[in-house]
Design a protein around this ligand. Sequence first.
Ligand code: M6P
Ligand code: ZN
Length: 201
Amino acid sequence: MAIGSKQHASATESDSVRGAKVMVDLATGVLTGAAVETIVRRIRDMKGVYRNEEARRSLDQNKVVYSVQGFYPVSEGQEGGLFWGTTFLAPGMVDDEYFMTKGHYHAKRSRGEFYLTLAGHGALILMDEKRKTVFEPMSHNTLHYVPSHTAHRVANVGDCPLTFLACWPSDAGHDYEALTKERFSRRLRNVGGIHVLVEER
Ligand code: M6P
Ligand code: ZN
């Protein structure tokens, strides 16, 4: 078939071509499009997340810790779909702990997730079912696989915003409850200027 003949013509017919619903700026992580939804987590939303609750309470409760821009093409819980998001995590400290995401298990424990770091310096904290907690350093272009059955949370260990992309199954869900009872077995803390995992007492 000649180049640009029938096949090409059909690809330009309006009923067979549709524009992307969302654009991702890979320099900044910013998503644009009518389908994009944003959630914001402020210091006031982080009750019980940090070891030193008094230190958290003494901070500006309106300060944004992180925001997540998401593209959820199917409804949450639906099997077979995928979700996409960008997390923007501010730099900051609560006592000797870094600003971090709440952290979660997937409600459906068998589900995994990918994270791709765009900017900043962070730590992806992972705890497996045996309660073994480790972290993976995050920096520009690092790709992280969150295995199934693994609690995960991200801390910003740098001075600049930490930005990362994420992709996860639409039926994964978020189980925050389990971590309010059990918590991570180790916490990432600044000890003498270095970030280390310290056993939770
Ligand atoms: C990533 C994804 C999202 C998650 C967000 C913030 O973008 O893992 O599913 O909601 O980080 O993390 P958390 O829900 O633990 O606050
Ligand atoms: Zn997740």
